[in-house]
Design a binder for this molecule. Structure first.
Ligand code: SF4
Ligand code: SF4
Ligand code: ZN
Length: 368
């Protein structure tokens, strides 16, 4: 049970780290913003990460993501990975990817597994080896160890301990990990945005080497990357039969800043841009959205706004509502309840979305 420092309300649906209730974030944002900034700064400092994107007029600029850092000599960008060494940017480039990778047998628990070519009959025979799930094949899962957001509920927070480790995997080395039984590559993390050129180059090399056969390229992302890279991602996924999975964490920018430390304006704009590609290849679906149902914060109203946004672009875009597992700085919140997920699913469907799914069903709890 935690207390909102703004209105004094106590609830088990208020995070002890954030110390703010949803209503105060929505309705009293200017007043609580300094506190939100303090919380994010503290949680980043613990890992030696900058509390805000550096904006040094004499620094080296990085345009990989929405943070658009200008990094002073000897320091790093908001993500902690891209760094200015002798007025050159290192980290996350073609030759110095900070990542870990593994093979995942298909069908795997991808966010899009219920509609993609690896997990279902979709895309056969052009983009899939099988009339159903691709048993006998595998996914090359690429975990990029840095992120452009600072989500307090991060489900993969451990990568923060690896951001400064000097792991330098080249795109070429990673592309060589695609063997005969690899039918898709999925870039996630952290987030692919701070290492976006590494993932693009890896994809180009891997596709070139596997020209005569199916190899799908997929991304799972917070959507904060620069538009020029987004378009390249889209072209690669489109032609290979892969998909782009956008995590729409909130619709309200204020809530996104409170939960993730960063605006979601770029994410929503990028999502909109990608909808232009959806009709070019309906099978398997090119674009998929997901939202984590964080108890006390991502409620029915938030889901309704996200759903209306997607419907306004294309009501057939698949949408996955994911159950929350208490993690990182939101350890004290409960898992998503059945009632919460039910009302969010009904809301999303009544907004007009035709393909809504509940993910992580095993995590659902009875009541708050
Ligand atoms: S990487 Fe893409 S094709 Fe492979 S299982 Fe995941 S979503 Fe499906
Ligand atoms: S990737 Fe984003 S957060 Fe990292 S340095 Fe570049 S602009 Fe900043
Ligand atoms: Zn409050």
């Amino acid at each position: 049970m935690a207390k909102c420092i703004n209105c004094g309300r106590e609830s088990k649906l208020i995070s002890k780290t954030l110390e703010l209730c949803l209503e105060c974030i929505r309705n009293d944002f200017e007043k609580v913003l300094p506190h939100i900034k303090k919380v994010h700064s503290k949680t980043k400092k613990r890992f030696g990460l900058p509390s805000a994107p550096p904006k040094d007029p004499k620094g080296v600029k990085c345009d990989f993501c929405v943070n658009e850092c200008s990094i002073p000599e000897g320091e790093t960008g908001y993500c902690g990975l891209r760094r200015n060494v002798g007025d050159k940017l290192l980290g996350g480039g073609i030759k110095d990817g900070n990542l870990s990778w593994y093979y995942d047998n298909l069908p795997t628990n991808c966010v899009a597994d219920w509609i993609c070519a690896g997990g279902t009959k979709a895309g056969y025979p052009e983009f899939s080896y099988s009339k159903g799930a691709e048993y006998g094949y595998k996914n090359l899962a690429v975990f990029y160890q840095a992120c452009s957001f600072n989500c307090l509920f991060c489900q993969n927070w451990h990568y923060r301990n690896e951001i400064r480790s000097l792991i330098n995997i080249t795109s070429s080395d990673l592309a060589n990990c695609v063997d005969k039984k690899t039918s898709c590559i999925c870039y996630f993390g952290g987030d692919p945005a701070p290492q976006i050129i590494h993932s693009l180059e890896t994809s180009n090399l891997a596709l070139k080497k596997n020209k005569e056969r199916i190899l799908r390229i997929c991304w799972e992302t917070n959507g904060s990357m620069n538009r020029k890279y987004l378009k390249k991602m889209a072209e690669l996924s489109l032609k290979s039969g892969g998909c782009i999975k956008f995590d729409l964490k909130a619709y309200d920018e204020k809530l996104n800043i409170a939960l993730c430390g960063v605006t979601n304006k770029r994410t929503l704009e990028n999502f909109k841009i990608l909808t232009d590609f959806v009709k070019k290849r309906p099978d398997p679906p090119f674009l998929v959205a997901s939202t984590l149902l964080i108890p006390g914060y991502v409620d029915k109203n938030e889901v309704s706004k996200i759903a209306e946004f997607i419907v306004s672009l294309n009501p057939e875009i698949p949408y996955s509502l994911l159950a929350f597992y208490p993690c990182f700085y939101m350890m004290d919140l409960p898992t998503t309840s059945r009632a919460h997920v039910k009302e969010c699913k009904e809301t999303a469907e009544s907004s007009g979305l035709s393909n809504v799914k509940i993910g992580n069903v095993h995590l659902l709890s009875d009541a708050y």
